[in-house]
Write a protein that binds this ligand. Structure first.
Ligand code: ADP
Ligand code: ASP
Ligand code: MG
Length: 414
């Protein structure tokens, strides 16, 4: 029996939470476990800020690094003795970042991004591995760059499944293993990342490759809820959902699971549990091949969206050849659609507002078409909707666009 346990940033946000994570891991003593860690909460965001300052050659860059350093050393001070070897290891990673900051940025933003942002998971996994050792849970710390092999599409790297499976089987032989989520490497061994929130996906890649028995991801919520708790009061815990419903939920943007996580698990019929690291005795939600008995409305919110409306300068129809050009531009800018809709003379798309992609996308679209866009809009999706659930979502909101199918209704609201 092999199990993959994945701990996200919130579960290791401070020393108390790290002690709590140890209590969870301790329950699996003697079992074959692979533990995947994300970066400590908010560190990926801070590293993103750091990259931004670095490529713009701004003066605040070293202060930002200091801020990130202080968070990590603050945690070390609470968990370890001052003379523990872990201090040197963490210092070395910061020296590596410092070295990058002192060199001229690479011409591709995403390359710089992956060089720097990937360090977040390295830092957290070193701390966790050493802390587990300190607690007499001796473990093997593996560098995910040695087995998650990808193409060179930095910031959103695609997995080379054949090679990755081979490497995982070679490297993961003893247990427990501690490793990093989100991070891999390309064929020239440059670090790559799998897209924000990608640690869940790493857990699924390892699970699929080793045909494990179960994956458990530990969250700050009791499991998968029928609504995003940041937007809706009193969401209900779903005891069980099917793989296909989970894929839909993740696809429409339920932040609780990364969209790429489910498919590798479904392929090998590996159950995924989503459980609370705070109430860790609770069962949480099980995602597997069985369909739940009750179907209730599920509410999903995707924030920070841009609604882009594209129309022909002469108000002529948007026909296939226009669409095919628009799609090729979207693909060139590596932007995926969260919703699209066309009328006679305009084509509307809703996309994530990614700083380094959307302005250049809009610029290129504007070369050929008239383009209007609304920033800071939200995309609400209701699966298994009814009139009551729609009322709950759209009440007092300005609706810019809506789309309905048999199972799903979506609203873009300002
Ligand atoms: P991690 O610490 O693993 O990175 P995240 O913060 O990315 O965890 O994901 C957990 C968060 O997802 C929850 O705190 C909750 O606010 C949000 N969330 C959105 N939709 C749902 C949902 N349907 N069920 C549970 N949590 C949800
Ligand atoms: N640390 C990365 C992020 O915040 C990956 C993850 O947490 O899954 O996006
Ligand atoms: Mg997350």
């Amino acid at each position: 029996m092999i199990k993959v346990l994945k701990f996200g940033g919130a579960s290791i946000k401070n020393s108390k939470r790290i002690e709590n994570v140890f209590s969870i891991i301790d329950k699996y003593k003697g079992q074959k476990i692979i533990i995947v860690f994300s970066a400590i909460a908010d560190i990926t965001n801070l590293l993103e800020d750091l990259v931004e300052l670095y490529i713009n050659r701004e003066s605040g860059v070293k202060n930002k690094l200091l801020e990130i350093k202080e968070i990590h050393f603050g945690i070390l001070d609470n968990l370890f003795n001052k003379n523990d070897k872990v201090y040197e290891k963490i210092n070395n990673i910061f020296d590596e970042i410092d070295l990058i900051l002192d060199t001229k940025p690479h011409k591709f933003f995403s390359f710089n991004y992956d060089q720097i942002v990937s360090k977040g998971e390295l830092l957290s996994s070193i701390i966790l591995s050493d802390y587990l050792n300190l607690k007499k849970t001796n473990n093997f710390l593996l560098d995910s760059r040695d087995f998650i092999k990808t193409d060179s599409k930095f910031q959103n790297a695609k997995i080379d499944w054949l090679l990755t499976k081979k490497k995982i089987k070679e490297k993961i032989t003893d247990f427990p293993i501690v490793t990093q989520g989100f991070v891999g490497s390309d064929m020239s061994n440059n670090p790559t990342t799998l897209g924000r929130e990608g640690s869940d996906f790493t857990a699924a890649i390892i699970a699929n490759s080793l045909d494990v028995d179960e994956v458990i991801i530990w969250k700050d919520v009791n499991g998968v809820l029928n609504a995003d708790p940041r937007y809706f009061d009193n969401p209900l815990l779903l005891d069980n959902i099917s793989f296909s419903e989970a894929i839909e939920l993740a696809f429409y943007g339920a932040k609780v699971i990364h969209p790429k996580t489910i498919q590798p698990l479904q392929q090998k019929n590996i159950p995924l549990s989503v459980r609370s690291f705070l109430n860790y005795e609770n069962k949480g939600t099980i995602i597997n091949s069985s369909e739940p008995k009750d179907i209730i409305p599920l509410y999903i919110v995707k924030e920070n969206q841009v609604l882009i409306s594209i129309s022909d300068n002469n108000l002529s129809f948007i026909v296939e050849e226009h669409l095919s050009w628009i799609f090729s531009v979207l693909s060139k800018h590596d932007v995926s659609l969260n919703l699209m809709q066309n009328s006679a003379v305009s084509f509307s798309i809703c996309v994530d507002n990614i700083k380094h992609k959307i302005p250049s996308l809009i610029e290129e679209l504007s070369n050929k078409f008239t383009v209007f866009y609304n920033e800071k809009v939200e995309l609400f999706t209701i699966r298994h909707y009814n009139s009551l659930s729609i009322e709950r979502v759209i009440k007092n909101k300005k609706i810019l666009l809506q789309q309905k199918s048999r199972n799903t209704v979506q609203f873009i609201v300002a």
